[in-house]
Design a protein around this ligand. Structure first.
Ligand code: ACO
Length: 385
């Protein structure tokens, strides 16, 4: 039999395939628009905050004042981490990749949650709030330990972003810095069926519990083609060194068929609206009193111009959210290795929202692969091979 007989059309990377319906998020890759539960990302970034956005994603509607207060109080209460999780972060933070430490810590949380295996919708909602709140504490604690400093306990009087900066630096943060970080959390919170959310859903579709599902998401987010691109983009900017070197660096990289991290997207074939929001902070960094910040902003903006010129219109490769994030985080005193953990802590909201929605009409996710190997081979005993 010809094994190529009846070969189906293969959708490499599942590109262009719809596998479910969702009302969590709309990404319009042609127009460069993004909506969480129907609200444009620009409106949420300007007028809302991460805590309200997490509520919106989980419950599908904006909260009333009372609902928001209750949700915010729950988020603040859930910030603390089990002692064993803090100890484990301390044991591995210095030698493991921060995303590996964070993946392990998120997974460990299940052992300290009495509701870990209670899969009722109410328990899953409570676990989602715990996960969103504690994942930020985990990310900050990893950064703290990696800089060789002692653990800082969360402070319930601070907002989500303020508390993150406090747990990372040990100092009460500047309000403006905390607001910028809050916007970073907001724009990273959700993005439809991106690779890590799909990973969460694949795990959860087997009816594995919520902790197992988001741990799968952690693993998927790590890679440089997805969440790891923010750290990789900053590394590249540091390698470029100064804006004068950008053109040579980019042209050499493109000639060598290297990808420029922080550019291109499976869905956006125009400017990523999140990148536009993050980019707006770079303009002010151009006049920063700190040379490193001015330099990074100059490199990022010159690389953007060049890439749009070389590949933007020609190939539909535009900056994505990860490209401008690095210089902004650096200006907030956040080290590069914590960038992807911050992304994970923000995306936890989207992962949980999607998982809770998908479980309402769960279907095991199990695509097909087309077998192109040989068949009915003769087995030759090892001594005769
Ligand atoms: N730099 C240079 N060329 C690129 C880039 C880039 N960043 N991205 C895509 N291309 C080119 C590819 O080389 C390919 O060219 P070819 O047709 O001549 O072979 C073409 O554009 C298509 O690229 P694919 O990788 O096949 O497109 P895909 O949709 O599979 O990939 C992806 C999307 C993975 C995001 C890709 O653009 C990429 O690798 N970008 C860099 C990593 C990155 O920034 N990831 C973060 C994405 S946003 C996020 O996850 C939060």
């Amino acid at each position: 039999m010809d094994i190529n007989e009846g070969k189906p059309e293969i959708h490499a990377g599942l590109e262009g395939i719809y596998f479910t319906e969702s009302s969590v998020c709309k990404v319009d890759g042609q127009q460069g628009r993004l909506y969480y539960r129907g609200y444009p990302i620009e409106t949420l970034a300007n007028s809302s905050n991460f805590t309200e956005v997490a509520y919106l994603l989980l419950y599908g509607k904006l909260p009333t004042g009372q609902e928001l207060d209750a949700f915010d109080a729950q988020m603040r209460e859930e910030r603390s981490l089990p002692g064993e999780v803090i100890a484990e972060i301390g044991r591995t933070a210095a030698r493991a990749h921060p995303m590996d430490t964070m993946r392990t810590a998120i997974s460990m949380l299940s052992a300290y949650d009495a509701e870990a295996y209670n899969d009722s919708p109410d328990a899953n909602m409570r676990k989602s709030i715990r996960l969103i709140s504690k994942s930020a504490s985990i990310a900050a604690t990893i950064g703290r330990y990696r800089s060789g400093k002692l653990y800082v306990a969360p402070d319930a009087s601070l907002s989500h972003a303020e508390n993150f900066l406090y747990m990372l630096s040990g100092e009460k943060p500047d309000k403006v810095d905390a607001r910028i970080l809050d916007v970073m959390f907001t724009v990273h919170a959700e993005h439809s069926s991106n690779a890590s959310t799909f990973g969460v859903l694949v795990a959860g579709s087997t009816l594995a519990d919520l902790y197992s599902s988001v741990t799968a998401g952690m693993a998927v987010l790590k890679g440089p083609l997805h969440g790891g691109a923010d750290e990789a983009a900053l590394r590249m900017m540091r390698e470029i060194g100064s804006a004068d070197n950008t053109e040579r660096y980019i042209d050499d990289a493109l000639a060598g068929k290297k990808k420029i991290m922080g550019f291109g997207h499976r869905v956006y074939k125009t400017y990523d609206p999140r990148a536009r929001i993050v980019r707006s902070y770079l303009e002010s960094l151009l006049s920063s009193p700190y040379e490193e910040q001015r330099n990074l902003a100059q490199i990022a903006l010159s690389a953007e111009k060049l890439m749009i010129d070389r590949l933007g219109k020609a190939k539909g490769i535009w900056p994505n959210i990860d490209f401008f994030a690095g210089p902004v985080y650096v200006s907030l005193g956040i080290p590069a290795e914590v960038f992807t953990p911050i992304f994970a802590a923000a995306r936890m909201a989207g992962w949980c929202a999607h998982m809770l929605e998908y479980w309402k009409s769960n279907k095991l996710l199990r695509p097909l692969e087309y077998y192109s190997g040989q068949l009915d081979l003769d087995y030759v005993p090892v001594e005769k091979r």
